[in-house]
Design a binder for this molecule. Structure first.
Ligand code: GEK
Length: 241
C-alpha cells in the first residue's frame, strides 16, 4: 500500500508511532524515505554469509516487518543458527510473523514483541540494528551497545544503520536538502515531507558518524567504521576481535 499518511493537512501533527496505520504502508514508506535501504539489506545478507558462526544466535533488533531477518535467514549457511527478531510494536510483530511464515526455512526464528533494551544478548555472531537505535533514548544507547558487545562471540559483527547529522552547518543543510530531494523524486509532496519531519522531531534523535564510531571504539570494538552511506543515512560495522 502507498504511504499517504501525511498527504493531507493534519490539524496537529502528533509524535510518530509505529501503529497499524504505519504497518500497512511500511514497506513503501521505508523504500521511498531511506536512500540505500535495499542496498543495505543486500549487504546484511552478504555479511551474514561471511560472519554467521555455526550454532550461534543472530539478532535483528527493531525488526519491523522482518526485512533484515528474511535476508539473514536466506543467506545463512548454518541451519543450526537461530535468529532472534525483536520489535516493541505489537502491530509490527503481528505482520512480521505473517511474512516470516509465508516462506519455508530450516532456520529457527524467535520473533518477540519486546523492548530491545530489555533482552539478553547471548552467544551472538551477528547483531543487526537497522535504523532503530535512533529511536532509543540517547541515555540508554551506550548500555545497549555495551550489552551487545558483551554478548557477541569473538569474530562477531554488529551492523548498525542510522540517520546521521553533521556538525558542520553547511554540510548539514546541503545533505539534508539532498534527502528531501530524494523524497520529492519518490513522489512525496512538500506537505508530506514537512509533516513527517514534524512528527519525527524528538522521536528520531540522530548522532554524527564520528560520535557513533568513537562510541563503538570506546566500548571495545577494535574495528568500527562506515561500510555504506547515502546522503544522511549511514551503516556502520563493528567487529569484535
Ligand atoms: C528494517 N529494521 O526494515 N525496542 C524494540 N523495537 C523498537 C524500539 C525498542 N525500544 N523502539 C522502536 N522500535 C527495520 C526498520 S524501523 C525504522 C526499523 C524506521 C521499532 C519500531 O517499532 C519500528 O518497527 C522499528 O524500531 C524502526 O530493516 O521506521 O525508520
Amino acid at each position: 500500500m502507498k504511504d499517504d499518511l501525511y498527504a493531507h493537512q493534519h490539524e496537529a501533527v502528533g509524535a510518530f508511532q509505529f501503529d497499524e496505520s504505519v504497518v500497512a504502508v511500511f514497506p513503501d514508506m521505508i523504500q521511498r524515505s531511506v536512500p540505500g535501504y535495499q542496498t543495505i539489506l543486500t549487504g546484511i545478507g552478504e555479511l551474514t554469509t561471511r560472519f554467521a558462526q555455526p550454532n550461534s544466535n543472530l539478532y535483528d533488533l527493531g525488526c519491523s516487518l522482518g526485512a533484515a531477518t528474511l535476508t539473514m535467514r536466506r543467506k545463512l549457511e548454518h541451519s543450526d543458527c537461530k535468529i532472534i527478531a525483536i520489535d516493541n510494536s505489537p502491530a509490527m510483530v503481528k505482520r512480521a510473523g505473517e511474512y516470516l511464515h509465508a516462506y519455508h526455512s530450516d532456520v529457527e526464528v524467535d520473533l518477540q514483541c519486546a523492548d530491545m533494551t530489555d533482552i539478553p544478548i547471548e552467544n551472538a555472531s551477528m547483531v543487526v540494528i537497522n535504523f532503530t537505535l535512533q529511536f532509543i533514548d540517547p541515555d540508554q544507547r551506550q548500555v545497549l551497545l555495551e550489552n551487545i558487545y558483551q554478548g557477541l562471540k569473538p569474530g562477531g559483527i554488529l551492523v548498525l544503520s542510522e540517520k546521521i547529522h553533521f556538525d558542520d552547518h553547511n554540510l548539514q543543510s546541503t545533505i539534508e536538502n539532498l534527502h528531501w530531494q530524494f523524497k520529492r523524486a519518490n513522489g512525496y509532496s512538500e506537505l508530506e515531507i514537512s509533516q513527517k519531519r514534524s512528527s519525527l522531531e524528538n522521536v528520531l534523535i540522530s548522532d554524527t558518524a564520528d560520535f557513533h564510531i568513537q562510541r563503538l571504539k570506546n566500548i571495545g570494538f577494535k574495528s568500527a567504521g562506515i561500510w555504506f552511506q547515502a546522503y544522511n543515512f549511514a551503516s556502520f560495522i563493528a567487529i569484535k576481535s
